[in-house]
Design a protein around this ligand. Structure first.
Ligand SMILES: Nc1nc2c(ncn2[C@@H]2O[C@H](COP(=O)(O)OP(=O)(O)OP(=O)(O)O)[C@@H](O)[C@H]2O)c(=O)[nH]1
Length: 305
């Protein structure tokens, strides 16, 4: 039997770096913006490259934030642990923009993740002259050295002209471990993007009350979907979620005086979800009591444990 490879790669980079366009160029028309949790609850599958010899699964990992709060720091921990669970993290640097502080911040954080193979991808090469491209490749290499990040490959591509996209695919596939296809060809399973959203809501709900309610909050997304009747350039994602606590006293803590705390939790969670998914969100949160849910296997399963 010829060997088959399968695994995960994630494109990261500052906004507008060309990540989505490159994903589309690799995956073709089969981009599915939905979700799954093949390894963790935190990756969102963007698309899958199906080949006779390999399956390359392109995932989004949560975005990195400049940490200003404890939640921010914890989210960055989450990002790093997610990066350590994919096979390749590829940082996209647009060729027509200078390498800047935003790139440095990402690469610096990525450098701390030891195990994962790192690629640098210089995108949008059709927009620059060969001289500018050469300079850019040098600054990307220099940034790697400066931050102790070992680039396995530095690949210039243009998703628009298609230049070097096939080569990039080969190089990515070469980094995947041997293993069977993880998804059926065609449809993706509809497993939960909800899990990521639930985790972000839980994070926001725990902020400031972690000591009082250490393990007593669980979140279940009941319903999530794009609102119908909106134009494509003005999407709105409706999310209905329940926050479960064990006792009514805890319910009071979560809701706060006249609902003020729950409102703040909703605002913060919505901000995080929008940053992660890149879509405006309408978030409807309710607090419910699931008595002693931590000891009830049925409840635990329902809540995703
Ligand atoms: N000329 C040219 N433009 C490109 C190329 N790739 C992407 N772009 C353009 O760059 C802009 C940003 O591309 P996206 O793919 O949306 O970038 P992104 O990194 O996914 O952006 P965020 O979702 O904001 O993080 C779009 O206007 C694309 O059309 C390319 O290879 N050549």
């Amino acid at each position: 039997m010829p060997e088959f490879r399968s695994g995960f790669a994630s494109f990261v980079g500052r906004p507008n770096a060309g990540k989505s366009t490159l994903t589309n160029a690799l995956v073709g028309s089969k981009v599915v913006i939905t979700s799954s949790r093949p390894q963790t609850t935190r990756t969102v599958v963007r698309g899958i490259v199906h080949r006779p010899d390999a399956q390359l699964i392109l995932v989004d990992t949560p975005g990195l934030h400049r940490p200003r709060t404890l939640l921010g720091e914890r989210l960055n921990d989450l990002v790093r642990s997610t990066w350590s669970e994919v096979d390749v993290v590829a940082v996209c640097f647009p060729a027509n923009e200078k390498v800047g502080p935003g790139d440095r911040f990402i690469v610096n954080e990525l450098g701390k993740v030891r195990r994962t193979t790192k690629f640098a991808i210089v995108t949008k090469t059709d927009l620059v002259t060969p001289e500018v491209l050469g300079q850019h490749l040098l600054s990307v290499a220099a940034l790697g050295e400066e931050t102790n990040t070992v680039w396995q490959e530095i690949v210039p591509v243009s998703a628009h002209s298609g230049d070097q996209v096939a080569l990039l695919e080969e190089l990515l596939v070469a980094q995947l471990p041997e293993g069977p296809a993880l998804y059926p060809d065609g449809e993706l399973s509809d497993s939960p993007e909800e899990a990521i959203v639930a985790e972000l809501i839980r994070e926001a709900a725990l902020e400031g009350v972690r000591d009082e309610l250490p393990h007593s909050i669980a979140v279940l997304v009941e319903e999530m979907g794009l609102r119908e009747g909106r134009s494509e350039d003005r999407p709105l994602l409706d999310i209905h979620a329940n926050l479960y606590v064990e006792r009514s006293s805890q319910k009071g803590i979560i809701i706060g005086h006249q609902g003020s705390r729950l409102k703040a939790v909703g605002t913060e969670a919505r901000r995080q979800i929008e940053a992660l998914l890149g879509t405006p969100v309408y978030l409807d949160l309710h607090v419910k009591i699931a008595k002693d849910w931590q000891r009830d296997p049925k409840q635990l399963r329902k809540l995703g444990f």
